[in-house]
Design a protein around this ligand. Structure first.
Ligand SMILES: *Cc1c(COP(=O)(O)O)cnc(C)c1O
Length: 489
């Protein structure tokens, strides 16, 4: 069992130093005399360690993290695919990395061209007319998109539209974004096939509905068969349709939300387009819109005129909802997305989607014999297994299975989401995995199910044994996280 690592504060010994400074060769200055009140009363409580111990500490710490560069990470909905290193090289080029957001436009033409072209490429991929790159994450994109929808309705004098419809399979950020934007959410039920039920939708559509938010393929990995009827029904009732494109892995180059009747969407560049998801790093959630909503997009916007790129001025876009992010968004993430799209090209993006669907169906077929699939038929880029029967039969829950997956050396799939499948395990293998990796994962899952049947839940209680923390109290960890060293007095 891995021993809990000491923090740098516990490893600290008074007087230890990790540096050697040369003799002072200028007159010493007293801090109080020089800075007065701004000088701190007590020295900061920094850990005192030798260089070698600092290096070992952080190197060990880095190895505690499980990453997509280390192994299979089948996190459904969240798309953890391998991100080619050439994207990182591009983002690190001094011409991009060393830019200051306030430097004169004429000295940043290359970066501005990149923003302009990336917006155009994302519009082409999604079938939208215009794109803002400002939002910093998927949920931020949702909020921005809903603000645009609100501004659009208000511009038409239609102020009574206070409701946003979300399916019961929706990602949790959808109702949350609707709430922070001042909308009331109304849930629409899925049918037996895991799709939005047209009849149930029509029953709740009226002149108080601002928008329907949809993910397609949805969080069950199923493509909405009646997508055109769904978007038409909303339009007929005077509403708009929002596409949650956090995960575009199944449809790049194959189908475009703009052609399905969607009016507004966001993409997670940190899932589909070259940046790993999560891990505390920055993301980007660009928002695309149809022409009618373009005037409301956040400002400034990069425009190309007279052979040069320029940002729109303060008064040029009077109907804009304003800024949603400082400067121009998370630029490094945008560079990586640009590099990713240019490296793959139209055919490469299409192939990535085809491979991601193929890998998901391959794994669904292999695992479908162990766990019932939540829904029959072909899936798109991900699928949901129902862990209910295994729990009923053996007492081993989906949480136990996930812990055993960690023990087997993989990152677990997404669990207990979507909410409409009890004990759900949501698997997204992605296109970057080889058949050998998929087979190894399927073998591990088979062994876990066999262990559940032969040994029961007792055998799972202490798992995983290979991590510094095995089974935290997840509610306390989420509600009352202690993320800083607590100095004893
Ligand atoms: C990840 C995800 C989001 C939210 O994206 P963040 O960048 O985490 O805010 C929204 N919808 C779906 C379907 C997602 O998978």
């Amino acid at each position: 069992m891995t021993r809990r690592m000491e923090t740098v504060f516990e490893a600290s010994r008074p007087g230890r130093k990790g540096y050697a400074l040369p003799e002072l060769d200028v007159p010493a200055v007293d801090c109080r005399t020089a800075l007065g009140k701004a000088c701190r009363g007590k020295p900061p409580r920094l850990p005192e360690m030798a260089e070698v111990d600092v290096v070992r500490h952080f190197t060990r710490l880095s190895k505690l993290n499980y990453s997509v560069d280390e192994g299979f990470y089948p996190l459904g909905s969240c798309t953890m695919k391998y991100n080619p290193k050439v994207n990182e090289v591009a983002a690190r080029m001094p011409g991009f990395a060393r830019l200051h957001p306030l430097q004169p436009e004429e000295t940043a033409q290359g970066a501005m061209k990149l923003l302009f072209d990336l917006g155009a490429m994302l519009a082409e991929i999604t079938g939208m007319d215009a794109v803002t790159l400002q939002p910093a994450a998927g949920a931020h994109g949702e909020q921005t998109g809903l603000m645009l929808i609100k501004a659009w309705h208000e511009s038409r004098g239609d102020a009574k539209r206070t409701k946003v419809i979300v399916p019961d399979s929706a990602h949790g950020t959808n109702p949350a974004s609707a709430a922070v934007t001042g909308f009331e959410t109304v849930e629409v039920a899925s049918d037996d096939e895991g799709m939005v039920d047209l009849g149930s939708l029509e029953a709740i559509l009226d002149d108080t509905v601002a928008a329907l938010m949809l993910t397609n393929p949805n969080t069950l990995g199923i493509f909405e068969k009646h997508i055109l009827e769904l978007t038409e029904a909303v339009h007929r009732a005077g509403g708009l349709v929002y596409y949650d494109g956090a995960n575009l892995n199944a449809i790049m180059g194959k189908a475009r939300p703009g052609d399905m009747g969607f009016d507004v969407l966001h993409l997670n560049l940190h899932k589909t387009f070259g940046t790993p998801h999560g891990g505390g790093g920055p993301g980007a959630g660009p928002v695309g819109v149809k022409a009618e909503l373009e005037p409301f997009l956040p400002s400034p916007v990069v425009v190309h005129k007279g052979g040069r790129y320029t940002f729109t001025g303060k008064d040029e876009r009077p109907r804009s909802i304003g800024r949603v992010r400082s400067f121009y968004g998370n630029f490094g993430v945008l560079v990586k997305a640009y590099a990713y799209i240019r490296a793959l090209g139209p055919e490469g993006l299409k192939e990535a989607s085809e491979m991601s669907v193929l890998n998901a169906n391959y794994l669904a077929k292999k695992l479908g014999g162990l766990y019932p699939l939540a829904h029959k038929g072909h899936c798109m880029h991900e699928f949901v297994l129902n862990g209910g029967p295994l729990k009923h039969e053996t007492g081993v829950s989906t949480l136990d299975v996930a812990k055993a997956v960690i023990e087997a050396g993989f990152h677990p799939p997404t669990i207990y989401f979507p909410l409409i499948v009890p004990e759900a395990l949501m698997v997204e293998p992605t296109e970057t995995e080889s058949v050998e990796t998929l087979d190894r994962f399927a073998d591990a899952m088979e062994e876990i199910v066999a262990k559940a049947r032969s040994e029961g839940p007792e055998a799972f209680r202490g798992l995983p044994t290979t991590t510094p923390i095995s089974r935290p109290d997840e509610t306390t960890a989420a509600r009352n996280p202690i993320l800083r060293w607590q100095f004893g007095e």
